[in-house]
Design a protein around this ligand. Structure first.
Ligand SMILES: NC(=O)c1ccc[n+]([C@@H]2O[C@H](COP(=O)([O-])OP(=O)(O)OC[C@H]3O[C@@H](n4cnc5c(N)ncnc54)[C@H](O)[C@@H]3O)[C@@H](O)[C@H]2O)c1
Length: 273
């Protein structure tokens, strides 16, 4: 049985994942930590009728929560500074993490990987747990290899509460395109282009524009625009609901519980793409 610790159970993603995890026969939710709704019934917060007698704990007592509840897997969809702190504590304690939070630093990944190897606690990190998006990553790489001399732009849209911009998914798409083109993403990425009259567009090998829209309750849209002379192709993914992310997250929890290599897995490995 998987003994699961949930970070951020009161959040948009956390609530939905909590509901699915509480209803799953292979998962035993043993603890949940947040900065809000401390002491409240977890099942009530997630909208599940049967109480499981787990109350939300204050994340500042994480070490004590771990030693009492003894989870073997943790899932984290919170905010970058929280994930970076909490998941290092988990890896230090040999707990396997599934991370969906975006905008994490390279410094965190370096430390996290060291602990994963030291404590044999593999993890899954994915900026997007949706099956369709992970297929889009593959298709983008193929399309880019055929259209290397076209202009390529990435446009994403999310709800107005989203903290980071561009989205982690848009950044991953940009990295996939630059890798395929043999370019350095950090050098060629242009975020929300604005410039004077004397500059002109120079092609994707030298410049990939990444544009973010924030509005209303948009769950998550990503468009990759390939524009050539006299024609264009648009690859588009739209999340209709958060279900596509939560289903992928539950698969990731089950996958990581049995994973053998001490490393950070990606969603295409979880989904076997
Ligand atoms: N990988 C994916 O498929 C995917 C999908 C959707 C969202 N996301 C990412 O997941 C993250 C969360 O998104 P959301 O829309 O659910 O956000 P949200 O703001 O609705 O929820 C964040 C939750 O984190 C909690 N929190 C804050 N600090 C904490 C701490 N120190 N310890 C524990 N909990 C803490 C908050 O109380 C809140 O409940 C974002 O980074 C977002 O980009 C990833």
């Amino acid at each position: 049985m998987i003994k699961l610790l949930i970070f951020g159970p009161t959040g948009s993603m956390g609530k939905l994942i909590t509901k699915l995890a509480l209803e799953d026969k292979e998962i035993d939710v043993v603890a949940a930590c947040d900065v809000t709704n401390i002491g409240e019934e977890l099942a009530y917060i997630a909208g599940v009728k049967d109480p499981n007698n787990i109350k939300i704990s204050d994340v500042k007592y994480l070490t004590e929560v771990i030693s009492q509840a003894k989870p073997n897997v943790a899932i984290d969809f919170t905010i970058a500074p929280a994930t970076e702190k909490n998941c290092l504590i988990c890896a230090e304690n040999g707990i396997r993490c599934v991370i969906g939070t975006t905008a994490l630093s390279q410094e965190f990944f370096d430390k996290f990987e060291e602990l994963i190897k030291k404590n044999h606690s593999p993890a899954v990190f994915s900026p997007n747990m949706a099956t369709g998006v992970n297929v889009l990553f593959k298709v983008a790489s193929i399309l880019t290899s055929y259209l290397a001399d076209w202009d390529i732009e990435v446009i994403e849209a999310h709800h107005h509460r989203k903290i980071d911009a561009p989205s982690g998914t848009a950044l991953k798409i940009g990295q996939i395109i630059s890798e395929t083109l043999g370019s350095d993403f950090e050098t060629i990425a242009k975020f929300g282009r604005q410039r004077g009259p004397n500059k002109r567009r120079v092609g994707a090998k030298e410049e990939i524009g990444i544009h973010s829209i924030r509005g209303g309750d948009i769950v998550g849209d990503h468009i990759i625009l390939y524009a050539g002379p006299g024609e264009r192709i648009e690859l588009k993914h739209q999340a209709h609901s958060r279900e596509c992310f939560t289903n992928g997250s539950i698969k990731a929890i089950k996958f990581i519980a049995d994973a053998k290599e001490d490393k950070i897995y990606s969603t295409d490995e979880v989904l076997g793409l």
